[in-house]
Design a protein around this ligand. Structure first.
Ligand SMILES: *[C@@H]1O[C@H](CO)[C@@H](O)[C@H](O)[C@H]1NC(C)=O
Ligand SMILES: *[C@@H]1O[C@H](CO)[C@@H](O)[C@H](O)[C@H]1NC(C)=O
Ligand SMILES: *[C@@H]1O[C@H](CO)[C@@H](O)[C@H](O)[C@H]1NC(C)=O
Length: 410
């Protein structure tokens, strides 16, 4: 899911991992400004190799600040006609209360339902702050609005919104605990969240925040790996502090994040091809956001329709759900629809990330079951998610300011 804010970008850089208003921490899709960010973070560093014991330290210091080893977190797949989201366990509080959260590279902060949420969160587990001896109420209230939702439908107005109250407590993921992590209790949510089989959202943006920033300051390498498998394969996994080389074959290909250091995971692409063909509309530079919390592809209406025009003239906008497109289900399974998105590696070599034809249909529309929804939605941003990521092992390297991909080993 992509969190959308139009607030002042300067605050995104506030140099603290402590509790803040989410507008200051969450990925601001429209607030990603190179100039403002660069003036704060200075020139972009070259990719760095993360060495765990690079300087001599006394044995006492070693005990105090020992490097943490990477940890694997199993993920479950929310499958509802198509693969929608991958989620895993996280605990909050003392003693720990367990929640399932989507590890969402499209947002930055942790949100879980609080007991205050009541009926609006009745399908989710709620955090009871009175049962945690380490809980601190932050007292600040705010809202967070997402630009993509949990399923495959486009976002209309504020239909994906959480009301929040700030808090601090111990958070543990993959058996790695961090004290005094800022997060948000959900005090109300739009009904669109109700069917979710998970409780909350853990943002995993390109600027480490929350529990992950805490782990990095304890010596965990500042990268993570994602193995987001289709439902039929299972065994999805998040690796914190490294990547799991048993989950892919062949070398990883790395591409640098744009020099406009921001909290958004994004890469510049030189063009899109469909079934080996391109057009003047498609063959141009655009920046793709990589969002593990979104299943569909989101493109401008012009780009979406340029791709659909190559696939089939029978793919048409579905006026019942603006921003979506569909085709009679009887036609969709036989259509070639291979989408190659061209990127450039750190070595300067072109490579494609490819979405196979099998992703074209995301299943029948509820409003018209004979019409199948196709995977690209039209909106005001450019984003790829689960339908691409599940065909690759992906490495999200915060310290190296780069992303890596290797074909999945299944
Ligand atoms: C699938 O999605 C629909 C719409 O969000 C929801 O009503 C339904 O409960 C979901 N089914 C499952 C099994 O999650
Ligand atoms: C989360 O933990 C529960 C036990 O508390 C376990 O049953 C479940 O399988 C775990 N979920 C995942 C995705 O690991
Ligand atoms: C990427 O895909 C396009 C279209 O299929 C193809 O022409 C091009 O050779 C591919 N590039 C690489 C590096 O494989």
């Amino acid at each position: 899911m992509v969190a959308i804010f139009c607030f002042s970008r300067v605050f995104i850089l506030a140099p603290t991992f402590k509790m803040m208003h989410p507008a200051f921490l969450v990925l601001g899709l429209f607030a990603v400004s190179a100039s403002a960010l660069n003036s704060h973070v200075g020139p972009r560093a070259e990719p760095v190799k993360i060495t765990l014991a690079s300087r001599k330290v006394s044995s006492t210091q070693l005990l105090q600040r020992r490097a943490l080893s990477p940890s694997n977190v199993p993920l479950a797949d929310y499958f509802n006609g198509t693969d929608l989201q991958w989620f895993g366990n996280l605990t909050i509080g003392t003693p720990p209360q367990t929640f399932t959260v989507v590890f969402d590279t499209g947002s930055s902060t942790l949100e879980v339902p609080g007991t205050q949420c009541g009926a609006a969160c009745k399908n989710q587990k709620t955090f009871d702050s009175s049962k945690s001896s380490t809980f601190i109420d932050g007292g600040r209230t705010s809202t967070i609005t997402f630009g993509t939702g949990v399923g495959v439908d486009p976002v209309i107005g504020n239909n994906w919104q959480l009301s929040l109250r700030s808090a601090t407590d111990t958070v543990s993921v993959g058996g790695l605990p961090v004290k005094s992590v800022g997060f948000f209790l959900i005090t109300n949510q739009t009904p669109t969240f109700a069917p979710d089989p998970f409780d909350g959202i853990q943002g995993m943006s390109a600027r480490a925040q929350g529990f992950f920033a805490g782990l990095i300051s304890q010596g965990l390498p500042s990268l993570f790996g994602m193995f987001l498998t289709p439902n039929s394969v299972g065994n999805a996994e998040l690796t914190l502090g490294g990547f799991d080389s048993t989950k892919f074959t062949g070398p990883l290909t790395f591409a640098s994040l744009p020099s406009t250091a921001s909290s958004t995971w994004e890469l510049s692409s030189s063009g899109i091809s469909v079934n080996g063909k391109t057009t003047t509309t498609l063959h141009k530079t655009r920046t793709f956001i990589f969002d593990s919390g979104t299943s569909n592809i989101v493109l401008s209406q012009t780009d979406a329709e340029a791709i659909y025009a190559i696939i089939s003239p029978n793919i048409k906008p579905n006026s019942a759900e603006p921003g979506t497109y569909g085709i009679p289900c009887s036609q969709v399974s036989t259509l070639p629809a291979k989408i190659d998105i061209a990127f450039t590696s750190q070595q300067g070599t072109p490579f494609n990330l490819t979405i196979p034809s099998s992703e074209l249909s995301v299943g029948p529309f509820r409003s018209n079951p004979s019409l199948c929804q196709t995977l690209i939605n039209a909106d005001e941003f450019t984003l790829v998610g689960g339908s691409l990521l599940k065909h690759y092992y992906s490495v999200w390297d915060i310290g190296g300011e780069r992303m890596g991909f290797a074909p999945n080993g299944f």
